[in-house]
Design a protein around this ligand. Structure first.
Ligand SMILES: *[C@@H]1O[C@H](CO)[C@@H](O)[C@H](O)[C@H]1NC(C)=O
Length: 423
């Protein structure tokens, strides 16, 4: 099923056979005119509302790579699935591919521009029989699940563990936020011992925090106990009170935006990065020193991805939830960067956009709502969705890559940081 979403264009476009070309040249003038007409129609069809259209994305979208990366992963939980914690999710899942089209999707979700919704609601409220309250207290409306494709957001979540001073303490330039499952201490310790230990680069302070939700199921109380202990020890944990699970990633991301807005607006940038990634902090900082200061969001930006309508797909979205044929432009969830003026705007936008469970696509929807385009990184090979094999030289030239679950990040880091020119 994943294959079905794969743009066959990726390879076949390059492999235009000579006889195909001949066929093209020998076509009648009428056929040629017809083809040109069709091309123009197709071009307009796909370009409505797309400010940053880039033809290279059309044929060489990294998403098609990503689909194969994911389809090789039987569990569908991304590369971390084989790791110590199955509730961990690289947003590998966000593999879907990209595209932007169908302005219908977002406006229909906007409550502020939907007068029909308002008029629908008003009479209902007016005619509802008023139940005489015989001394009974007003009760909250009964809980209604948003269903499998939406999440409970916006909602009032609270921080159970917090580091409100994390960004202020050291005048942070860039804050790294790593979403992680509560029980996944193993990944946190690897990060603390590797790229998370780089606390400055090019003279710019870097801050690291881990973001987690509530542990669920058996052993939850014990995990919570250990989290508190770990937090006392490292002072780098942030925990919110939503139930931490795969389907709640969008809540995690939005809680991160809320946290960045309330506690880190003094810093310049934030990078959300999955816990199974390799990060070159030096390259990240050097890139950001030359980046726009405002309305900046970058990463592995993809466009023109088809929404998966196969019910068995990991990332299935029904038409009733998201009607467009394509996803909006978005940055793959494995690692993306925002300038810190954006969290406030994204939180605001999230009140008007249906919170789908696919977190990076949801941010894409919010960015579209805001009318803020994504920015491509200065080089296309700065972010890797396919695990890049380690070499000191190769890793010195990228910002981030996924890693194989069995790779020893600690020894890679040792080698990476040893003195001497990497290439
Ligand atoms: C997501 O979190 C909310 C808030 O904690 C919770 O009510 C809901 O059950 C969680 N969703 C899943 C699928 O566990």
């Amino acid at each position: 099923m994943l294959e079905s979403g794969c743009a066959p264009g990726g390879q076949s476009q390059e492999a235009v056979k000579p006889q195909e070309e001949r066929r093209w040249y020998s076509a009648s003038r009428r056929q040629v005119l017809f083809l040109i007409l069709v091309s123009i129609v197709v071009f307009f069809f796909f370009n409505i509302n797309i400010p940053d259209w880039d033809p290279t994305k059309w044929w060489f979208s990294p998403s098609s790579q990503r689909q194969s990366a994911v389809s090789t992963n039987a569990s569908g939980y991304g590369t971390t699935a084989t790791g110590p914690d199955p509730t961990e999710f690289t947003t590998e899942f966000t593999t879907k591919f990209t595209t932007e089209f169908g302005p219908a999707a977002i406006p229909q979700n906007r409550t502020d521009v939907a007068p029909d919704v308002a008029t629908d609601v008003a009479p209902e409220v007016a005619t509802r029989p008023v139940t005489p309250s015989e001394g009974e207290k007003p009760t909250a409306p009964p809980y209604k699940s948003p269903g499998p494709y939406l999440v409970e957001y916006p909602a009032e979540y609270h921080f159970l563990i917090n580091e409100p001073e994390a960004c202020v303490r050291q005048k942070t330039f860039v804050v790294l936020v790593v979403p992680v499952a509560p029980g996944n201490r193993a990944h946190r310790d690897v990060i603390r011992g590797t790229w998370g230990s780089d606390r400055s680069a090019s003279g710019q302070p870097v801050t690291l925090v881990f973001l987690t939700g509530l542990p669920g199921g058996e052993g939850a109380a014990q995990i919570q106990e250990r989290l508190l202990e770990e937090s006392r020890q490292h002072r780098d944990l942030i925990q919110s009170d939503f139930l931490d699970c795969y389907k709640n990633l969008t809540i995690k991301t939005m809680v991160m935006m809320e946290w960045l807005d309330s506690h880190c607006s003094s810093a310049s940038y934030a990078m959300k990065i999955d816990s199974d990634m390799f990060l070159n902090v030096q390259k990240l900082v050097d890139t950001l020193l030359d980046a726009p200061k405002k309305s900046y969001m970058t990463g592995l930006v993809t466009s023109y991805g088809m929404v998966l309508r196969d019910r068995t797909s990991k990332w299935f979205l029904p038409v009733e939830i998201y009607s467009s044929f394509f996803y909006p432009t978005y940055a793959l969830g494995l690692g993306y960067i925002v300038s810190l003026d954006l969290p406030k705007k994204l939180v605001e936008a999230s009140r008007h956009v249906k919170a789908v469970y696919i977190e990076d696509v949801f941010l894409g929807m919010c960015m579209k709502f805001l009318g803020i385009p994504y920015t491509n990184p200065p080089r296309a090979d700065y972010f890797h969705v396919f695990p890049r094999e380690y070499s000191r030289c190769a890793y010195s030239q990228i910002i981030a890559t996924t890693t194989q679950p069995n790779v020893d990040l600690v020894s890679i880091w040792k080698d990476f940081k040893r003195p001497g020119p990497p290439c």
